[in-house]
Design a protein around this ligand. Structure first.
Ligand code: SF4
Length: 462
């Protein structure tokens, strides 16, 4: 395994160029075929750092980072894989491939949790396509220049962003609409700049989105969050990229302006934080006065070992980061390949939690970013002779629902909120009485006008 020079230049690989990498010849024919076939449906992008430093090529295909970034044939049901394989490798008819690929993508629930229908705010009945607003305090902003990543995760819940599903894309080319919207919504305290990965932008572009948020009329914005996987896939962004120092100066300006700059750092596996450069990245970010919060989803084949989570959180805390969320893999994309039963997710979270000291126990989970809100599995208990999941909302479309305990019948095979049934003979969960109203698309008008509900937006998993 070679080591990249410290000041390495970012070099991505895609379906079109992966065969130019020196590792391509290490894959057997069926592994190469899976990449060529599946990358027509799911986005595929990796880079030299991920290939050289994070993947253990002696452990292919089981290596977790290989599974995280390289498509595997089991990510599609066998019949679908065969049909796609025939179209791509034998018939080679671009129109037939495009039609079939589109049908497969639509089957994969490209926008879970009402992202396209319920979370897009509107002003004067016009949708603001680069924004989501689901929870009162937090607005998500999708700058158009930040809608790719340094590498793509095979489980990604934002995958339609990367595969040209134009009608399913969020992006905003300027921050003007965001600023106008925020001025009308004094209840918003947090802006999450997300993607894709905003850190794919150079510092000048990122600054053009962030600096307007420091204006005196946006004093109610207290926290500027940046959702990023660059800390794992390209930590050079904070250490040795040409404008890495300039980036840190930008973070310092935000902190000096009295805001909290929170880097929402997506880590999937302990190996991502074992590298010197990844550790330097965290230290440099924290050194600016910004905070780093660690989060990531629990994914079968990748991070089922609680010891890996414990190591990740402990290393992060030592470097000054704050463990924040373990998510349940979302109901989108090749979900059948990656999902774990909720009971198993709870078991893994609990085991990892028990291995770490109090400083790492800031982490919450396992949490589902579901349609009504973020639901955490607190435990599996027997009450009145019935075995149940104990649940609560950490965030909700309706703030009144937050932190009210509720219970679902224990189901060992349930993998998502939609699989759960209310416990104790109830026919509905308490929040479902309001759900009919919540499922309507509600036009959002500026505060002070005939004000509809401004609760929307997703919070992140990446
Ligand atoms: S999960 Fe995050 S880092 Fe991974 S591909 Fe999706 S948006 Fe990019």
């Amino acid at each position: 395994m070679s080591t990249l020079p410290v000041a390495a230049k970012f070099k991505p690989y895609t379906r079109q160029t992966i065969d130019q990498s020196r590792q391509w010849g290490w894959l057997d024919a069926s592994q190469q075929e899976a990449v060529q076939v599946l990358s027509h449906v799911l986005p595929f992008r990796t880079n030299e750092y991920v290939m050289d430093q994070l993947i253990d090529w002696n452990n292919i295909p089981d290596d977790p980072i290989y599974r995280l970034t390289f498509p595997h044939r089991d990510m599609l049901p066998a019949a679908e894989y065969e049909q796609l394989r025939e179209l791509v490798l034998l018939r080679r008819d671009p129109q037939a491939i495009a039609r079939y690929v589109h049908a497969l993508r639509l089957r994969m629930n490209p926008h879970p949790a009402g992202q396209m229908t319920h979370n897009v705010p509107r002003v004067n009945d016009a949708p603001l396509h680069g924004l989501q607003h689901k929870y009162d305090q937090t607005v998500l902003f999708f700058p158009s220049a930040g809608q790719t990543c340094h590498a793509y995760c095979t489980f990604c819940f934002r995958w339609p962003q990367f595969v040209g599903m134009e009608d399913m894309k969020f992006n905003a080319s300027q921050s003007d609409e965001l600023v106008s919207y925020l001025k009308m919504h004094p209840e918003v305290t947090d802006v999450l700049i997300t993607g894709g990965d905003p850190m794919i932008m150079n510092t000048r572009s990122l600054a053009s989105y962030i600096e307007p948020l420091l204006a005196p009329e946006l004093a109610h914005i207290q926290n500027i969050r940046i959702g990023t996987k660059s800390v794992a896939y390209w930590p050079q962004r904070f250490v040795s990229d040409r404008d890495a120092d300039e980036l840190l100066r930008l973070f310092e300006r935000v902190v000096k302006a009295g805001k909290n700059l929170a880097v929402m750092a997506h880590y999937s596996h302990a190996v991502e934080l074992r590298q010197d450069i990844a550790q330097q990245a965290v230290k440099r970010i924290v050194g600016t006065g910004a905070t780093v919060r660690m989060q990531g989803p629990l994914i079968r084949h990748i991070n089922e070992d609680p010891r890996g989570w414990a190591e990740l959180w402990q290393t992060g805390v030592r470097l000054g980061a704050i463990p924040y969320y373990m998510f349940v893999e979302r109901d989108t994309g090749p979900r059948a390949y990656f999902q774990l039963p909720l009971a198993k997710a709870h078991e893994i979270f609990q085991a990892a939690y028990q291995m770490v000291s109090g400083l790492s126990r800031t982490v919450r989970g396992p949490s589902m970013s579901a349609f009504p809100g973020k639901v955490v599995i607190d435990g599996i208990v027997t009450l009145g002779g019935e075995k149940v999941f104990a649940l609560q909302f950490l965030q909700a479309r309706n703030p009144d629902w937050v932190r009210k305990p509720f219970y679902a019948k224990f189901d060992p095979s349930a993998t998502w909120m939609d699989d759960l049934k209310p416990a104790f003979g109830e026919t509905k969960f308490f929040f479902e009485a309001d759900a009919a109203a919540e499922r309507k698309v509600i036009p959002l008008l500026p505060a002070g006008r005939a004000h509809a509900d401004s609760r929307c937006a997703d919070s992140l998993q990446a």
